[in-house]
Structure formats: structure tokens, C-alpha cells
Ligand binder design. Structure first.
Ligand code: FBP
Length: 267
């Protein structure tokens, strides 16, 4: 894939992106499934990913191997290549768990890769991203960077200047999409989008909050020039993932207000 081809890839719909993320069983552990025990069943989230608003489902290798063959006609696969458990107590780092070649063999439509800028492991992680990004280009797959500055030197990983830097790192290193935390305001998100240049910016969903608060954050990302969202807990930690996806479809793709989106979701 050439950098200009993102709009033609299955990762986008009308230039917008809604990545459903479900790698939390690895990153956070089973505790994330406590509130809605059915959410521990990967098939439930693969089903949710068949919603037309979802442009891809981000999972680790094991879930792709075990579940994706049953969904490959209805779901676009985003292969989250690296990831580490919450049992790891060292400086932020992430193991590369599958290769781009193997992800492509399993049918991946895009790759995802975490970079912890500012970690003592940033150098190796950036070099691993180089290999993945170049292999993804060869396969014609877009790269999404989970650009998450964190580590010993960073006290606040969501302050505006840090998120703008995270977005810029993604551009500089050749990611097609930068997934960043919400920096607290629309104007700070506008700065991040500006720093990302031709790399598209999506917001990382974050912990579960009320429908209205969550959708208002998403709306401010769209209004700031972001292209969408990569979200996990705010979808599958809800009793009814379909309803919030209906509302997200309105805010992201139809660019409606939060009230309009909620009204459509409740029809
Ligand atoms: P959420 O929408 O649930 O925040 O998911 C996005 C995501 O990036 C996941 O892919 C990942 O498992 C998780 O957040 C990591 O969050 P953190 O590293 O901040 O705990």
C-alpha cells in the first residue's frame, strides 16, 4: 500500500474509521470482562464487529486463528501484532507476537502496532515497527500505530503536548493511522491532527463512561478533523453493543449531534 491509498482500503468507510478493539484479555486480563461476563466470549465481539459501522476488528493472533475463519466474509481483520500482559511489571514494552506475513496469510486487512514513546524500550519498539510497517507496505496493508507515550519520564500521558507528539511520531515513522488518547479538549485534538499531517488520527476509546460523555468525546474528535475511533470497552462492556454502535455510526459517518445519534439508536 502506498501512503495515499488508505481511503481505498477496507480499514475506512467514506474516509472514516471505526476500529473495534478486543485485545484486552491480553493487555488488561480477565478483570475487563467482570461487569458483563458474556464479554469474555470472543464470538460475542466478533458478532458485534459485523455491524456495518465497524470498519475492522483489532485482535491478537490467537483470536484471529481461532475465530476469524468463521467471520472472514463479514469482518475486516486488523492484526494487532504486538502486545503484553498486565502481569509484566517492567518499563512499558510490548512483545511482537506474530509477523506481518502470517497475519496476511490469516487474511488481515491492516496491521496494528503499539509504540510506547518515552519508554526505555522506545528504540527497540521503533525498530520493530520499522520492520512491520515495511512488510505491511509490501503486502498493501495499512499500519495503525497505537501511539501511547508512557514510561518513567512521563507523568501525564494525556496532556495536549504529549498527544500532539504521539500523533507526530506516528507520521514521522510512517503509520497510516495514529491512535491516540483523548487529550482533554477539541482544540488539543485539533493540534494533534495538525501535527499528524497526512497520517489520519483516531481516538482511543478509554475506560467505560456514560453514553453521552463518550459520544461527546467522539463528536469532538470528528469536529477536530479526526477520522474516527478505535474502541473496545465502551462497546463490549455494554449490555447492548449494537445500540452504541448504532449511535457511533451516526456521529462518525453521518456527522450528527450526540442527541440525534442517541435518538436514532433508541428507535
Ligand atoms: P479501549 O477503547 O477499551 O480503551 O481500547 C483501546 C485499547 O488501545 C486496546 O486496544 C488496548 O487493549 C487498551 O486500549 C490498552 O489500554 P491501556 O494501555 O491504556 O490500558
Amino acid at each position: 500500500m502506498k501512503p495515499d491509498d488508505l481511503e481505498a482500503s477496507p480499514l475506512t468507510r467514506d474516509g472514516k474509521v471505526l476500529i473495534l478493539a478486543y485485545d484486552h484479555g491480553l493487555e488488561h486480563g480477565p478483570v475487563d470482562f467482570d461487569g458483563v461476563p458474556e464479554s469474555a466470549d470472543p464470538a460475542r465481539t466478533f458478532e458485534a464487529a459485523t455491524h456495518p459501522a465497524v470498519t475492522s476488528l483489532a485482535v491478537q493472533k490467537g483470536l484471529a486463528e481461532a475465530y476469524y475463519p468463521s467471520y472472514e466474509d463479514d469482518v475486516n481483520l486488523l492484526a494487532k501484532l504486538n502486545g503484553t500482559s498486565n502481569l509484566w511489571m517492567g518499563e512499558p514494552d510490548s512483545a511482537v507476537n506474530w509477523s506481518v506475513d502470517y497475519a496476511a496469510e490469516l487474511g488481515a486487512d491492516a496491521i496494528g502496532f503499539t509504540l510506547y514513546g518515552g519508554s526505555n524500550h522506545e528504540i527497540e519498539m521503533a525498530e520493530e515497527f520499522r520492520d512491520a510497517q515495511e512488510a505491511a507496505r509490501e503486502h498493501g496493508l495499512p499500519s495503525v500505530m497505537w501511539s501511547y507515550p508512557r514510561g518513567q519520564g512521563l507523568k501525564n500521558d494525556t496532556k495536549p503536548s504529549t498527544i500532539a507528539y504521539a500523533a507526530r511520531q506516528a507520521l514521522e515513522l510512517g503509520a497510516d493511522v495514529a491512535k491516540v488518547k483523548y487529550p482533554g479538549s477539541q482544540s488539543a485534538m485539533e493540534d494533534a491532527v495538525r501535527m499528524a499531517g497526512r497520517t489520519k488520527v483516531v481516538m482511543s476509546g478509554g475506560s467505560k463512561r456514560s453514553d453521552r460523555e463518550f459520544l461527546a468525546n467522539v463528536k469532538s474528535v470528528i469536529d477536530a478533523g479526526g477520522v474516527g475511533l478505535a474502541v473496545g470497552r465502551n462497546v463490549w462492556q455494554r449490555e447492548n453493543p449494537q445500540r452504541i454502535l448504532d449511535a457511533l455510526e451516526q456521529v462518525i459517518f453521518e456527522e450528527t449531534s450526540v442527541d440525534e445519534a442517541l435518538a436514532v439508536a433508541d428507535e
